[in-house]
Write a protein of this length. Structure first.
Length: 131
């Protein structure tokens, strides 16, 4: 089993994004597994506040020393906050993926969409299956 952190209070996607749900507000970012696979993240192409997220579609990207990777919306919604700190410190995704490395906060359009996401145990198993 991998040594990646998968906090129990989050939901996860097959594209390696995490989602924290607080009321109708979602906070999301890249998982510990994703940042480990990407290695040193050097740039984040951030979306704009007010942009609409459509579940399963790409809305921004990260670049690392190894590759560029799209970030996909775990559920649909409207972006209310963008983590501007990532413009100057994209490595926050590597050092603190579930804390200071969050990417966007948004108003969740359809809370039912989150039911299709994985819990921590299922996501950890999914990561292990790819090793």
């Amino acid at each position: 089993m991998g040594s990646w952190k998968t906090p129990e209070d989050l939901k996860y996607t097959r594209n390696d994004e995490w989602l924290r749900i607080e009321g109708n507000v979602g906070t999301m970012g890249l998982t510990d597994y994703a940042q480990d696979q990407l290695n040193d993240i050097v740039y984040v192409d951030l979306p704009d506040k007010g942009d609409t997220l459509k579940k399963g579609t790409s809305f921004c990207a990260v670049e690392s020393v190894k590759a560029a990777s799209d970030i996909y919306a775990p559920v649909s919604g409207k972006i209310t906050e963008v983590n501007q700190a990532l413009e100057d410190e994209p490595e926050l995704i590597n050092s603190d993926p579930y804390g200071k490395g969050w990417v966007v906060k948004f108003e969740i359009a359809d809370p039912g969409e989150a039911a299709e996401l994985m819990d921590a145990a299922a996501y950890a198993e999914y990561c292990d299956s790819r090793e």
